[in-house]
Write a protein that binds this ligand. Structure first.
Ligand code: SAM
Ligand code: F3S
Length: 468
């Protein structure tokens, strides 16, 4: 999946996921996804609803009857790419006016009608709570040639009714909540996805049971701020309770959850790593900055010391834990000293991987409302991004090197085309408990199995080994 690829550079891990090859020519839909794992999952749900109405998936837009783009708004780049993609789709619409073109997700929510103005050949603009209605919208466009603008957000935490249709794969995501109640000054998500809404506890457990019954061995629970899962449920529930309940599903080998917020992460949750044997030792735990002054300006609700204390507590509860972070560089007023604190935080934490972003000034964020000037020149931002990436590469290389010589259980994702580390056999790619990518060769298709791999070599990006 896109979001969690082991990568330190801006944007790379989260862009351009095409869902999904296959499907009948002439009756198929194409979906381009930019953004986080939640977006990838949303695309999957939308494609599942279309499959129900007889539209298969294609990876070629020229062959599709329905062309969709689901785009993140967090940074400007993704939106630009979405508009440029739409620009290319105009030709297809001209050649075949029956093609239905839709924009979904965060960008649709944020831009609304503006999309129709900028790209008048678009038929559907549907926001973040409409993914499972796409079939209905497509049908309405086809019947009446009318445009659909769907931005309401009162309903649909998610789509329990659709999960049966999802691809049966061995590693699946389940969205347990939507939206975010924080007000990080840089972030558009509370605007695009609305306030936090948790999916009912029993519904999550039931969905996970069905997915495990259909062959999933690993489930990742998703939420923008997953630590506050259950806040508005009656009776009130916690993420720790949910992890305990889901972990007990017979046949589930691996459980994960993302993303944690340092202001909401409870020590009780860290205990779950000690208590739940199939909870994988991985915490995606964005700090965003190492400078207290910038953290305050970002309204993150913790200091660098608070963050480091939690890191220590996480390591005490689970010495094996792999930590991943998100960091924004070039936030308004960031000085060299602030940036130095961020470099220092990365050194102290020793992230196994970190997503590093240049600050992107966005409409509809608190920063915009506060008239916070985007005052760090782009060349300074990119210089700082590059410096942090360079340092993080060294840290990742050091952290991953510790696995050399060890035997790790690896859940095999897929076959990859690259030549194997030993130069022979087929190379497979899988994930270690810490969610690191592991490559190894095998003569037999091991997709979906958990195998023991002895790690012989590492880079800052991945582990390489042999079947043990
Ligand atoms: N809690 C969320 C998560 O990781 O799922 C955060 C949402 S956001 C989709 C993911 C990351 O994008 C954030 O952690 C932050 O580092 C980055 N980000 C958000 N707004 C940004 C902005 N305006 N400029 C640059 N990066 C941004
Ligand atoms: Fe965005 Fe902060 Fe929520 S980064 S998703 S407002 S926790």
């Amino acid at each position: 999946m896109a979001h969690d690829d082991h990568n330190h550079s801006e944007d790379l891990p989260r862009e351009g996921v095409v869902f999904a090859p296959g499907g009948a020519p002439g009756q198929s839909a194409y979906m381009l996804t930019f953004g986080c794992q939640m977006n990838v999952l949303d695309s999957e749900l939308a494609m599942a609803t279309l499959a129900e109405s007889g539209l298969g998936a294609t990876d070629a837009p020229e062959q599709a009857e329905v062309i969709l783009v689901n785009t993140c708004s967090v940074r400007d780049k993704a939106e630009q790419k979405a508009y440029s993609f739409l620009g290319r789709m105009k030709r297809l619409k001209r050649a075949n006016p029956n093609v239905v073109i839709g924009v979904l997700g965060c960008m649709a929510q944020k831009e609304g009608e503006l999309i129709f103005k900028r790209a008048p050949y678009v038929d559907i603009v549907a926001g973040t709570r409409h993914f499972t209605r796409i079939d209905e919208y497509v049908r309405r466009v086809r019947e009446g040639r009318q445009r659909i603008l769907a931005l309401g957000r009162d309903d649909e935490v998610v789509s329990a009714k659709r999960y049966r249709l999802r691809d049966s794969r061995h590693s699946l995501q389940v969205a347990v909540m939507r939206g975010c109640d924080h007000h990080c000054t840089f972030c558009v998500v509370p605007n695009t996805r609305g306030i936090e809404q948790s999916k009912p506890f029993d519904e999550v457990v039931k969905e996970c049971e069905i997915l495990v019954g259909a062959g999933a061995r690993e489930i990742t629970l998703l939420g923008q701020n997953i630590d506050s899962y259950g806040k508005r449920l009656l009776p009130r529930r916690t993420l720790a309770e949910l992890l305990h309940a889901v972990s007990k599903i017979p046949g589930l080998d691996r459980l994960r959850f993302i993303t944690s917020h340092p202001a909401d992460l409870k020590p009780e949750l860290l205990e779950a790593f000690r208590e739940i044997p199939n909870l994988m030792p991985y915490l995606h735990f964005p700090a965003q900055s190492g400078s207290d002054r910038i953290l305050r300006a970002m309204r993150r609700g913790y200091s660098a010391d608070d963050y480091l204390r939690l890191v220590d507590q996480a390591r005490a509860a689970c010495p094996e834990i792999g930590l991943a972070g998100d960091t924004i560089v070039g936030f308004p007023t960031e000085t060299d000293t602030d940036f130095e604190r961020t470099l220092e935080l990365h050194r102290r934490v020793e992230y196994q991987n970190a997503f590093i972003f240049a600050y992107s000034h966005r409409a509809f964020t608190p920063a915009e409302k506060m008239n916070l000037a985007d005052d760090i020149p782009e060349d300074v931002k990119s210089q700082r991004v590059n410096e942090l990436i360079r340092q993080q590469r060294e840290i990742s290389a050091r952290v991953l090197k510790r696995y050399e010589g060890r035997v790790l259980p690896v859940l095999v994702d897929s076959r990859v085309k690259a030549v194997g580390p030993s130069g022979g056999g087929t190379t497979f790619e899988g994930r270690s408990p810490q969610n690191n990518i592991v490559h190894f060769d095998s003569g037999r298709d091991l997709t979906g199995e958990i195998v023991s791999v002895k790690i012989t070599r590492t880079t800052g990006q991945a582990l390489y080994g042999q079947l043990a």
